[in-house]
Design a protein around this ligand. Sequence first.
Ligand SMILES: NCc1[nH]cc(CCC(=O)O)c1CC(=O)O
Length: 331
Amino acid sequence: MPETPFAVQPPLRIGTRRSNLAVVQAEGIRDRLREIAPDRSYEIETLRTLGDRDQLTALYNFGAKSLWTTELEEKLTSGQLDVIVHCLKDMPTRLPDSCELAAIPRRDDPRDALIVKAGLPYTSLMSLPEGAVVGTSSVRRSAQLRRLCPHLRFANLRGNVDTRLAKVDDPDSEYTCMVMSAAGLERLGLKYRINQYLHSKDGGIFHAVGQGALGLEIRKGDAKMRALLDQLADHESTLACLAERSLMRTLEGGCSVPIGVETEWIQPDKLRVSAIVVSLDGSQSVQDTVDAKVKTADEANALGQELAARLVAGGAEAILNDINANRPAKD
Ligand SMILES: NCc1[nH]cc(CCC(=O)O)c1CC(=O)O
């Protein structure tokens, strides 16, 4: 047998969820890795996670459980995967000891977006008629909307982006509209369906922590993967998202508590972070803003903690405790 001159590198295995959006995102990362490391081969493996399998439980009732990540992390830890491509907002703020967040690439549009049922004439939240039904399973969205638009009603709407859109468009469904992330819609070529972009200055809605960004997760200490993925990292998006995640971690909210944020670079090294915590019925809320020079991950984390402390001082803890006390127990 002739000896191979070089050891052939095994394919780099990329894991992600089994949804169209997850696959499009993983393919995007694979294509960028191909440009950086063209000699390697790449494989994408998709997994159905708990959150994909259970389409009935309202998201809120899952509590702080890692719905979208656990199965993939097990494969990463056991060496069957080399990297996981997540929507950053689906990544818990505390990761298992065996894993780490390697890189955050440049963030896409972090805003929420309003999509109206096909054929209806409404173009904004405020133009929706009394009693219009907003499809959303996110308590962050429903709580903020209840606060600002008492004329609206809400109904659970779960499933992948295309499933949700089909349910809203179904003429027989109760939904008048839905709210989803602009980035998710844009990545699937559905930007043309967006009727209104929502943010603090239009619609008064703050987005989820990490929304619009991807998180690349690796085995802890995998220096080779980290060095490779560092080349995909975006400095500004990383620091902004780390500040948002630090805020969330400090307030001990999971994806199922109504914390909204917005981050903005107001000078080249100066980050502004605003956030809101809202009671589920929208009747109480605390909002605050901080800014500071942020050049390092430590400074981003400190800014998130500072904002959390200010929100707590303003009454956020009472709102969050109330929500957690009333959450149905589910393991
Ligand atoms: N929780 C669901 C989820 N997780 C990530 C995205 C979209 C991509 C993103 O915003 O990063 C979505 C859909 C949505 O919230 O409308």
